[in-house]
Design a protein around this ligand. Structure first.
Ligand SMILES: Cc1cc2nc3c(=O)[nH]c(=O)nc-3n(C[C@H](O)[C@H](O)[C@H](O)COP(=O)(O)OP(=O)(O)OC[C@H]3O[C@@H](n4cnc5c(N)ncnc54)[C@H](O)[C@@H]3O)c2cc1C
Length: 501
């Protein structure tokens, strides 16, 4: 059989991996140039970039396979990309930079933002070279910047391409292996990491540099409570086993904290329901939302600018809201479809044909309620019936005059609540992850409280602060995946310079 060069490289990399792991069982010490901790979008981009520049790279991944939250993502931002040119879309780097900085009130790290934005078009080309395909450009919401480069096969396909190419470049992946503690020398430079492998016990990996790309701490309840104040009410979407080990390791060796309080607040959601559930999709429509006092608390069209919807809900008693609608609206959702899409997974106009069965499931679990009258519904959701009636009367008056005097909602979302039966879906704040932790500079080097870099330590993606002010920025679609992959590539390039490659 004739082997291609690529096949030979793959076979050699797999053979090396076996030799390495077999060696580990006895010596449990490995030497390499660079350790990347975490094999999501940022870690894979960093590892492959470093390997393409000639570095020996070991990737530690806590889970049995690569991907992390990146697998769930849909698209990535870029300004002045080739796809934008092809589609006649003009989004300049300056425009994107200014949008991010103004949104954050210039609390974001301007040099870091500039570097990430400027790297973004070449990252799209680099991803294409790795076999990642893009099919369309979308905004996050009607009228938004169409800078969201939608990945064919979503983040999962990008992960597969980067992982495959990294293996072909000789990157060694150790799965089921968690990075636990950084090794430093007498001068405080990072020289490796102690890791725990499910199969191989404790490993000591000596390296010239370590890149932390462990994706934040969304699954660490204590840290989430401490930094953002959210408790059990917060619905965690698309994050598994993210307990902040990478961030804590970096803090332990003197890295400063930045952005640990920023959550990627998502559309309010129903616990345990999938993104594509028709119960979630109905609850996220911009009709009538009330808090536990039976009062409206925001312009419901914030469902479009969902980090703001999360912020508004965070201020309500118990952080609980109900989306209320009547039989007419339910029919509308089934026959005409939803007015607001849920990402690209549940597009606008999707007909909620499963709504009855999903509502029945919701009733069983205590997240959906059906009333014969407003009073009946109010009793079921334990909201003062008079308050709810007054809110609905005022809301119906707004629908009749086509003007929302309270919150100036776009009148096209004003749907009356009149026809029995009446429905309520109970929703909670939700998050797609945490967006900070380790303070870095524009080279993605971890820095201490005096902004001095810690030699040999880098941080990328959801572990690193500096891209946001106090809230996730939806004005830039594909912003967090964009930060993950671009910061990963920036780290990969800078680490090469640091280790003299
Ligand atoms: C449903 C959903 C859809 C999304 N869609 C988009 C989108 O379209 N566009 C966008 O911009 N953003 C999107 N996001 C957010 C985006 O996916 C993330 O911000 C981004 O993928 C983060 O990448 P990362 O590499 O930092 O983290 P991850 O992809 O989570 O990777 C971190 C990896 O580190 C591993 N790890 C953790 N701790 C350790 C340890 N101690 N040792 C070793 N390994 C460890 C984890 O297991 C994981 O594999 C979405 C998020 C969700 C949940």
């Amino acid at each position: 059989m004739r082997r291609t060069g690529r096949t030979i490289v793959t076979v050699m990399a797999v053979a090396c991996l076996f030799v390495l792991v077999a060696g580990m069982a006895s010596a449990k010490t490995i030497e390499t140039d660079v350790v990347v901790v975490g094999a999501g979008g940022s870690g894979l981009a960093a590892a492959l970039t470093a390997a393409q520049g000639g570095a020996r790279v070991v990737v530690l991944e806590k889970m049995p396979s690569a991907g992390g939250t990146t697998s769930f993502s849909e698209g990535i931002f870029a300004a002045e990309s080739s796809l934008e040119r092809e589609k006649n879309v003009v989004i300049t780097k300056d425009q994107m930079f200014t949008t991010i900085m103004e949104y954050s009130h210039w609390r974001a790290n301007a040099r870091l933002v500039r570097n990430v934005v400027d790297t973004s078009p070449e990252t799209i080309e680099w991803l294409k070279e790795q076999g990642v395909e893009f099919k369309e450009l979308l905004p996050n919401y009607p009228g938004g910047l169409p800078a969201w480069h939608i990945i064919n096969g979503r983040g999962k396909a990008m992960v597969a391409a980067l992982e495959k190419n990294a293996k072909e470049k000789g990157v060694v992946f150790l799965y089921n292996t968690s990075g636990k503690k950084l090794i430093t020398d007498q001068k405080g430079s990072v020289r490796g990491i102690i890791a725990e492998s499910k199969e191989g016990g404790t490993l000591e990996i000596r390296s010239k540099a370590v890149i932390i790309a462990t994706g934040g701490f969304a699954n660490n309840k204590e840290m989430v409570k401490e930094y953002s104040g959210f408790g059990d009410e917060l619905v965690i979407v698309g994050n598994i086993n993210k307990v902040g080990e990478g961030i804590k390791m970096a803090w332990e060796v003197g890295a400063a904290a930045e952005g640990a309080d920023v959550l990627q607040l998502y559309r309010p959601g129903v616990p345990g329901e999938s993104t594509t559930s028709h119960l979630n999709a109905a609850g996220r429509q911009p009709y009538l939302w009330v808090n536990q006092d039976g009062e409206r608390f925001c312009d419901e069209a914030l469902a479009l600018q969902w980090p703001w919807a999360g912020n508004a809900l965070a201020n309500q008693r118990g952080r609980i809201m109900y989306c209320i609608f009547d039989e007419n609206t339910k029919k509308y959702l089934m026959e005409k479809g939803i007015d607001l899409g849920v990402g690209v997974m549940v597009p606008v106009t999707t007909k909620l044909v499963n709504i009855d069965q999903d509502l029945a499931r919701g009733v069983e679990k205590g997240y959906a309620f059906i009333g014969k009258s407003i009073e009946d519904l109010a009793k079921k959701i334990e909201v003062n019936p008079k308050n709810l009636q007054a809110t609905i009367d005022e809301y119906n008056a707004s629908c009749a005059t086509y003007r929302d005097k309270l919150f100036a909602k776009d009148p096209k979302y004003l749907q009356t609540v009149k026809e029995s039966r009446f429905y309520a879906i109970k929703l909670f704040p939700a998050t797609l992850g945490t967006l900070g932790g380790i303070k870095i500079n524009y080279k993605t080097e971890a820095v201490n409280k005096d902004n001095q870099s810690i030699p040999g330590l880098y941080a990328t993606g959801n572990c690193a602060g500096g891209m946001y002010g106090d809230s996730y920025d939806l004005k830039i679609p594909g912003g967090t995946l964009g930060f993950a992959v671009n910061s990963g590539r920036i780290a990969g390039k800078n680490v090469l310079k640091y280790i003299g490659k």
